[in-house]
Write a protein that binds this ligand. Structure first.
Ligand SMILES: Nc1ncnc2c1ncn2[C@@H]1O[C@H](COP(=O)(O)OP(=O)(O)OP(=O)(O)O)[C@@H](O)[C@H]1O
Length: 242
């Protein structure tokens, strides 16, 4: 996997007078889990859509390794966007080439504890199971970059905790580069190697913080809470983003 460098000189929507994003650069080290935290409307989804090549109406450049191109993306949205008339396995296979290696899907289903449910239709799944299928579908394409846009926002706290733990388990076995958007600072601290805080009008990076909690202590809620308090004390400007 290669490092990814994103430069956005200017992104102004046709209906807007001011840029949403300007003079913005972001570098992602291969295998790094980065969480973006920013106020509502600051431009996070716009940034993800540009990186995913869903929005190419901007002035800037994306470099993967030495190549000027968009990375191969796995995109996990707030809504898992599953086809209700297809089974779990069929929804995952839709994203894959015809000659895909079936044991990759078997392995992903196993890690996400969905093997017994692989032939269940998507409209029969709980919210948490739907999220787990969308995570498998994104990992299965072996992406250069995984984009996650508040994927757990509509889950109740225990289910969100469970899916987050499974995501981390999967990511530690398959450490893809991840860009994860959240408004939840505890979630960001639990998941990320690095936190990036964003201001608005236009979107700018206001601080970058490395999460200094060992990976094997991320399920320790006290350690996460202590780090959160320390962060808010050291960076009081972050409070306005949450
Ligand atoms: N298609 C569009 N046309 C015009 N303006 C848009 C369009 N999409 C987004 N915007 C505007 O661009 C700004 C950034 O929107 P965006 O959805 O990227 O923010 P966000 O940080 O992801 O917000 P949230 O955290 O609430 O999801 C907002 O002011 C939004 O109204």
């Amino acid at each position: 996997m290669a490092d990814i460098h994103i430069t956005i000189h200017n992104k102004t929507f046709a209906t807007a007078t001011e840029p949403t994003i300007a003079d913005f650069t972001l570098s992602l080290v291969s295998g790094e889990f980065v969480c973006l935290v920013g106020a509502s409307g600051c431009g996070k989804t716009t940034l993800l859509n540009i990186i995913a090549d869903l929005d190419y109406d901007y002035d800037g450049d994306i470099v993967v390794g030495q190549q000027h191109k968009s990375p191969k993306i796995g995109y996990i949205f707030q809504n898992p966007r599953l086809l209700p008339w297809r089974t779990v396995r069929e929804n995952i296979e839709l994203a894959l080439p015809d000659d895909y290696a079936g044991d990759v899907v078997d392995n992903l289903l196993d890690i996400m504890q969905l093997t017994p449910h692989q032939h269940v239709y998507a409209d029969r799944l709980s919210l948490g199971m739907g999220r787990r299928v969308s995570i498998i579908r994104a990992f299965a394409v072996n992406p250069e970059l995984l984009l996650m846009d508040e994927p757990f926002v509509s889950l109740d706290p225990p289910t969100a905790r469970q899916v987050r733990a499974l995501l981390l388990q999967l990511w530690q076995q398959r450490p893809h580069t991840v860009l994860f958007v959240t408004h939840d600072l505890r979630e960001a601290i639990t998941l990320a190697d690095k936190l990036i805080f964003l201001s608005a009008n236009p979107m700018q990076i206001i601080s970058e913080v490395l999460v200094a909690i060992p990976r094997n202590e991320r399920n320790n809620e006290l350690a996460v809470e202590n780090f959160r308090q320390q962060l808010l004390n050291e960076h009081p400007d972050i409070k306005q983003l949450l």
